[in-house]
Design a protein around this ligand. Structure first.
Ligand code: ZN
Length: 506
């Protein structure tokens, strides 16, 4: 009897689908918490979320899941690359990771990271790392414990953490791609800094009425194919995309009247995540086949729509006239090229989330550089600010003026998300590789964008990436789609070409 017809398979995947349904309720509550929850409801919401998290964990680690998995594996016929094998493989991986973590550690991590995030907010506000230090020490110690509990074979403890976000990826592979990427980017940033061309930043910092931004952003998200009958776009302090489940995907963005790129490129970014969620097969909900392959692959989709598409000159060949109609007073007398240059300004700055397409990855690599020795114990937590600033100077040629714009800027460490950062740059590299493959197959994508045609690229991504769910691990998916292994080169080639033209040194 083949696996899909066996009662064990049916029982296991009924169980997993119900767990996914429970998880989707938590996601919806989480979205509401970030968007519409009245402040007095915070305590009730925390209780609701904790209860649901407990129920999901209990179902995920149920011994019955282990029995069913063992039964299926004993029946044989698995281990190939079919959807059924992928579903069982990922169910096993999730089960192993969850059951290897002692309940006490899970609870302690949840407790410490909740409190630590509160302390981090205050420490960042006060620009005072010393306040945060004892909490970061606790988080790092717990994450080290997590790595030991999960196990990492011949690799490093960091691999065990990375694996939670980018299954199958190792620190060594990341390092191999990051080193040449960093060398090329540092050089490119220097070339740009030396250019005499200085784009006019004032074009993007004029007063762009928020209502008009809202309408324009929605129009752009619709144009690239985000389906508003299966999703929403709202406002949140920290933009995100939450795929609640089939037919329901929630995007958020934030508006700054005097900084046009923030909301629009934020919307395109999150809509790129949203297209991935909307492109997953509905019937596979709750299984690996109905789930994204990794955070890096997810990020490849958002960065592609944000940068390869949204920051291209051709995109604006199509959208600049509508933008001029939407913002008549601000864009009056501005040319397409002046606008294109302004939305592509490259300038080293302190804050990662505000960084341009070129410097962004240097911010990510700095974090990767610190996280590994933090977890191995080679970098004492107390030394983080000094090493952060030294590395920042080395990568970006600037020294942060205080810890709020230095090592205290991101929420990740306080939330226990160590090992997460590399997925941002992996996403950028995957995006460039996927984009080249799409270009090769679809002809001149740029010309299509200039005509306002985004469906061919979207459909290509749907077929080649979205509908494959988590059939393959990220590196294998990359190979299946592009025939290549992970490489920094398509990304640096793209950046050198684009910014060489913009800054006149190609
Ligand atoms: Zn993203």
């Amino acid at each position: 009897m083949s696996a899909p017809e066996s009662p064990a398979y049916t029982e296991l995947f009924d169980h997993l689908k119900h767990t996914a349904l429970l998880g989707s309720c938590a996601h919806l509550l989480g979205w509401d918490e970030q968007t519409y929850l009245p402040s007095q409801g915070a305590e009730l919401r925390a209780d609701q979320m904790a209860m649901l998290a407990g129920m999901v964990h209990e179902r995920t680690t149920s011994p019955r899941v282990g029995e069913l998995l063992s039964q299926l594996e004993a029946d044989g016929g698995l281990g190939d690359e079919t959807p059924v094998s992928a579903n069982v493989r990922e169910a096993r991986r999730t089960y192993e990771r969850a059951t290897r973590l002692p309940q006490k550690l899970v609870e302690e991590l949840s407790r410490v990271t909740t409190l630590s995030q509160q302390v981090w907010i205050e420490a960042r506000h006060q620009k005072d790392f010393a306040q945060f230090l004892p909490w970061l020490e606790k988080v790092v110690a717990l994450k080290r414990e997590e790595a030991t509990a999960v196990g990492y074979g011949d690799g490093s403890p960091y691999d065990a953490l990375l694996d939670d976000y980018e299954p199958g990826m190792t620190a060594a592979t990341v390092q191999e791609a990051f080193t040449p990427l960093r060398n090329e980017l540092v050089q490119l940033v220097q070339q740009i800094a030396g250019s005499s061309r200085k784009p006019d930043r004032s074009i993007i910092t004029r007063a762009y009425p928020v209502d008009a931004q809202r309408a324009f952003g929605r129009q752009a998200a619709e144009a690239i194919g985000f389906d508003f009958s299966a999703g929403r776009l709202d406002e949140a302090a920290h933009p995100f995309c939450s795929g609640i489940g089939p037919g329901d995907c929630r995007l958020t963005t934030r508006y700054d009247e005097h900084y046009f790129p923030q909301a629009l490129f934020g919307t395109l970014h999150e809509a790129g995540h949203g297209l991935y969620e909307q492109g997953l097969n509905r019937d596979d909900f709750g299984t690996a086949m109905g789930h994204s392959a990794s955070l890096g692959i997810h990020e490849s989709q958002s960065r592609m729509w944000e940068n390869s598409v949204g920051r291209s000159r051709e995109f604006w060949q199509h959208f600049f006239a509508p933008a001029q109609r939407a913002f008549p007073t601000v864009l009056d007398g501005v040319t397409l090229d002046e606008f294109y240059r302004a939305i592509n300004i490259v300038e080293p700055s302190f804050i990662r989330v505000e960084a341009d397409e070129v410097t962004y990855n240097l911010h990510v690599m700095l974090r990767f550089e610190l996280e590994q020795p933090l977890i191995s114990g080679d970098l004492p937590v107390a030394d983080v600010p000094v090493i952060w600033n030294e590395t920042f100077e080395k990568f970006l040629g600037l020294t942060p003026t205080d810890d709020a714009v230095g090592c205290l800027q991101d929420v990740h460490w306080s939330a226990g998300l160590i090992g997460y950062f590399p997925t941002y740059s992996l996403g950028n590299m995957y995006a460039a590789q996927f984009f080249n493959a799409a270009q090769e197959e679809l002809g001149d994508l740029d010309e299509q964008f200039a005509r306002g045609e985004f469906a061919p690229l979207r459909d290509w991504l749907r077929t080649n990436i979205h509908q494959r769910g988590h059939q393959y691990q990220a590196d294998r998916l990359l190979e299946v789609v592009t025939g290549e292994t992970l490489s920094h080169k398509p990304l640096t080639d793209h950046l050198k070409h684009k910014f060489g033209q913009l800054y006149g040194f190609e």
